[in-house]
Write a protein that binds this ligand. Structure first.
Ligand code: ACO
Length: 428
């Protein structure tokens, strides 16, 4: 028998259906509440609001559980390739070897971007943030593939758009970096796998080819998998909302890149390194900075700490912390900010302020240190995150359409002026 909740408003009682997910999470379906009771629900920042039914990613914030399509993140990060995970997220199941070979081959064949795109790049100032460049380039792809703008496109055309996006994202990301360095652009090469190709385009020069180091490639593969999806976060919700108006996939993903850029979301990885550098340059007194973070008069927050959903630990942070130690050791990198990060983490984890609020290191706390060890500059950290998150955004966008979700359009409680008459300028 289906369960219902009862809402008592004055003398009226309203029945609200209870919905239950496959992992026994419960929700109240209030979609018809306004028509029956004339009340909406209000939940600023959607702290307790489910926006959709989704079968992509399961997250249990209290117990630090994260699974893509049922598979634990720990297993995928250890054993899978990023493209395998991308296929899993987008199409729902792990690919067979034939399916994976075709997927990889299709992606390899579409890594070039139009030569005209280089003209856009040259127009940006040298200090342009690569996230701004990436967002613009992703949206620009829609102009080269006008058929992607047709909401009634065939499945085949849609699959090709997916392939093009995944294939061209590393090229555009590496070119955004090369532009910021005023270095010549390096073209993709079909002999490399996905991660190798990206690293080659980042670090090769026409005079000196870079041969991707397996330690670096493996670390990058793992980081991309860990970032590949995270259910209804700020950028995924943005992608869904933009796509719900039937805007094309390129435009929707570009909006996701923009949402990710903010320091409270994906931009935190850049902010973490800048914070750790600032602490180091200030003499390394972590207590001083912890006190700043606790001081409600001070706007400073401990970047890389806290999460809307994880209130115990972030399983991605656990994997990344281990990986960080391994990568730095394998590459022989001795980074003083790693010591500061570990000290900061230890102090914060013992401090009642952080413990009571369930504030733990999140995925971004250690990822920046690995990126730095791989030779990637801080402005590129969020671009790296975008590269990883792309399949998740595509999967969320596709699911939203497959489920026939309606256009995203929240309501509000109006708090502005009540009706008043216009007064002409001469009488004001
Ligand atoms: N440092 C100090 N205090 C913090 C921090 C922090 N990093 N994060 C939260 N708090 C405090 C808040 O001041 C608040 O305290 P109060 O109850 O005394 O008012 C309490 O903890 C709850 O914080 P909220 O802002 O209400 O939590 P919310 O879920 O809205 O925010 C967020 C989550 C944005 C991640 C927040 O923890 C934060 O700003 N962290 C730093 C930025 C960061 O690392 N972002 C990356 C998140 S992971 C990702 O997006 C990939």
């Amino acid at each position: 028998m289906s369960k219902t909740a009862k809402l008592i408003l004055g003398n009226e009682t309203y029945e609200i259906p209870v919905v239950t997910g496959s992992e026994n999470e419960n929700g109240l379906d209030i979609s018809k509440l306004r028509s029956s009771s004339k009340h909406i629900t209000i939940d600023r920042g959607f702290k307790n609001t489910g926006a959709c039914y989704s079968a992509i990613t399961f997250l249990d914030g209290e117990n630090g559980v994260l699974r893509y399509r049922g598979y634990p993140i720990e297993q995928l990060a250890e054993e899978a390739t990023f493209l395998e995970v991308a296929y899993l997220l987008i199409y729902g199941d792990l690919p067979s070897s034939d399916e994976l070979a075709k997927f990889e081959n299709d992606i390899t064949q579409h890594t070039l971007v139009h030569e005209e795109m280089k003209g856009f790049l040259q127009a940006y100032p040298v200090n342009a943030h690569p996230m701004g460049v990436l967002a613009a380039m992703v949206c620009s792809l829609s102009t080269f593939y006008p058929e992607s703008q047709d909401p009634n496109r065939s499945q085949e055309a849609f699959d090709l758009t997916i392939i093009r996006l995944i294939a061209k994202m590393p090229t555009m990301a590496a070119w955004a970096f090369k532009h910021s360095q005023r270095h010549p652009l390096i073209y993709p090469q079909n002999k490399f796998n996905y991660c190798e190709n990206f690293l080659n385009m980042m670090y090769s020069m026409p005079t000196d080819e870079y041969f991707p180091d397996p330690i670096v490639t493996k670390a990058l593969n793992k980081l991309l998998i860990l970032h590949a999806d995270h259910e209804q976060n700020c950028s995924a919700s943005t992608v869904r909302i933009v796509g719900s108006s039937q805007a094309n996939l390129y435009a929707s993903i570009s909006a996701g890149v923009c949402a990710l850029w903010g320091p409270l979301h994906g931009g935190a990885n850049q902010a973490v390194i800048e914070m750790l550098e600032a602490i180091k340059n200030d003499g390394g007194d972590t207590d001083k900075w912890i006190n700043k973070a606790k001081d409600k008069e001070d706007p400073f927050r401990l970047m890389g700490f806290g999460h809307r959903v994880y209130k115990n630990f972030d399983p991605r942070a656990t994997i990344i912390k281990k990986s960080c130690d391994e990568v730095l050791e394998a590459l022989g990198v001795d980074d003083p900010v790693l010591d500061i990060a570990k000290k900061l983490e230890k102090v914060a984890l013992e401090d009642p302020y952080f413990v009571e609020r369930g504030l733990y290191p999140n995925v971004d706390f250690y990822s920046g240190i690995i990126y730095r060890a791989l030779g990637i500059p801080p402005e590129m950290f969020t671009v790296m995150f975008s590269l990883g998150r792309l399949p998740g955004w595509i999967a969320q966008w596709k699911e939203m359409l497959d489920n026939g979700d309606p256009i995203g359009r929240p309501r509000q409680i109006y708090t502005g002026a009540v009706k008043r008459d216009y007064v002409s300028l001469s009488k004001r």
